[in-house]
Ligand binder design. Sequence first.
Ligand code: ADP
Ligand code: ADP
Length: 232
Amino acid sequence: MIRLDNISKSYVTNRSSIDALKGVTLEVKKGEIFGVIGYSGAGKSTLIRCVNLLEKPSKGKVFVDGLELTSLSSKKLLASRRKIGMIFQGFNLLKTATVYDNIAIPLRLTGVSKSEIGARVDKYLEIVGLSDKKDAYPSQLSGGQKQRVAIARALSNEPSVLLSDEATSALDPDTTEAILELLLKINDELGITILLITHEMHVIQKVCDRVAVMENGEVVEQGLTKDVFTSP
Ligand code: ADP
Ligand code: ADP
């Protein structure tokens, strides 16, 4: 479903160049939850942003759902990106828009009809358990509720892949558990493939089928979670 083929990424500033990714190859299979773990600065965020080309790799190829994204024109890339949902540590909601509009606005921009937008907002708010918060503003919601809105927004494009960039890192332990349960449900019931990055081992152990360990821009180990992290 996702294939990163020998991806390198250098950030060049006027004084120096940083090799954030050094030839990373990995494959996420359809229907699995794949985790990338590593310390701060390991290159996780760069890696996940290369999947939807928010960051353009300096070298290598990115395939999602059979399409080589690194070869697409920017117009075709925009269309393909709709099939890739993304959630973030900081939620990235519009403060001045209601929950309804936070989900509806991106759909309006892509030309989804009014009735279809209403139906999708209802459907995905129900899946994330926030049907009663349609008219609330983000400031009236807890962190966990904000992340649920962000998840509903990501799902409303009906993606085949969901990317999660430290989605639980700003949440307390109980809320983290609840959001991880929601990711498991989305994977199981909607069949959405999930790639997540985290610096927290328990996140990997709770939800990931397979895991890659990153250090210094490289994948140093990968395999089934139970094989990579054996319990003592
Ligand atoms: P992680 O997500 O694992 O913390 P990042 O992908 O954010 O790692 O960063 C990997 C390396 O790339 C770090 O050394 C970081 O400082 C550097 N880096 C990340 N983004 C940029 C950028 N926009 N410009 C310059 N250097 C960057
Ligand atoms: P527009 O006419 O600007 O395209 P809509 O007719 O879709 O917008 O919606 C107008 C406003 O009514 C929206 O901005 C939204 O806040 C609100 N709204 C529309 N449908 C619903 C709904 N099912 N539940 C709650 N609020 C809604």
